[in-house]
Design a protein around this ligand. Sequence first.
Ligand code: NAP
Length: 288
Amino acid sequence: MKNIVVTGKDGQLGSEFQALAAHFPEMNFHFSDYKELDITNVDAVFGYFEEVQPDLVINCAAYTAVDKAEEDADKAEAVNATGVKHLVEGCEKFGSRLIHISTDYVFDGSKNVPYTEEDAVQPLGMYGETKRAGELAVLDSKIQALVLRTSWVYSSSGNNFVKTMLRLGAEREALGVVYDQAGSPTYARDLAVAILEIAQKEEKWPDTTALYHFSNEGAISWFDFAVAIMEEGGLSCKVNPILSAEYPTPTARPHYSVLDKGAVKKDFGIEIPYWRVSLKECITKLIK
Ligand SMILES: NC(=O)c1ccc[n+]([C@@H]2O[C@H](COP(=O)([O-])OP(=O)(O)OC[C@H]3O[C@@H](n4cnc5c(N)ncnc54)[C@H](OP(=O)(O)O)[C@@H]3O)[C@@H](O)[C@H]2O)c1
C-alpha cells in the first residue's frame, strides 16, 4: 500500500482526488489543506512527512488568485515558490516522489502554435512568476519528480469560469467574453485521473525530474468556451465576442497558451478527453 499525500485537498483539483480515492484502494491517501498542512511552514511539512512517510506527494496547494497576486505578491511567493521548496526538501529527506502542478501562465502568449516543454517562459504577472519559481524549485532538485503544467482548470466544485458563466447566463440576456485569448480548458477530474495513471506507471518515470504539459484536447477562445457552456447548460443567454482591451484586468493574460501534450501522451501512454466531452460531463454533474 502506497502512502500518498495530497496537499490543497479542498481546491478544485484536490477535491477530485478525494472523489476518486475510493476507486484506488491500493493507494492510502492522506488529504490535507493548509489547516492540516500549511506548506509555507517548513516545520509543519517535515512533521507531517515524518508521521505519514509519503511514497508520493501530489501538490495541489497553490495561490491561484491571478489578479490579487499583484498586490499580494509575498503570499503568492510563499505558497507557490517557498512552499514548493519545502515540499521538495521533505521529499529529499523522506525519499518521496513528487508530482507538482504548474500553469500555462508561465508563458507570455506570443506564439501561435502549441507551447512545448522546451519553449522559453516569460510570465506576464506575479502569479506566473511565482509559479515559475515553484517549477524551478522542483526541476533544479535531485528528487524523482514531475512538474505538470496545465491550463484553464474548471470543475464542479470551487469557483471557475464554467460556474461563473452558468450563473451569469441564468441572470442575463447577453454578455461579452474575450475571443482574442486562446487556450485549452482542463476538467480537473481528467487531470486527477491522468495524474493517478502516471503515478502508477513508476517504471516510466525518469530518475530525476521532468516537465510535462497537460490539458484537455482541442484549442478554443474564452468566447467559444462560454458559448459551449450556455449550450450545454441549456441557457439562452447570448454571448458576444469582445477584445481583451474591452475587459481590462490587473494582470495581462497570454493571448495564446495552448499546451502541446505530445510528450505526456507518448511517455505515459495516456489518452486525453476532448474538451467538449468533458465540459458536458461536468455540466451534467452540476445540473444533477
Ligand atoms: N485554476 C486554474 O485555472 C489553473 C490553471 C492552470 C494551472 N493551475 C494550477 O493547478 C493547480 C490546482 O489549481 P486549483 O484550480 O485546484 O486551485 P485552487 O482551487 O485555488 O486550490 C488550491 C488549494 O490550495 C490551498 N492552499 C493555499 N495556500 C495553501 C497553503 N499554504 N498550504 C496548503 N494549502 C494551501 C487553497 O486553500 P484556500 O482556498 O483556503 O486558500 C486551495 O484549497 C495549482 O497548482 C494551480 O496553480 C490552475
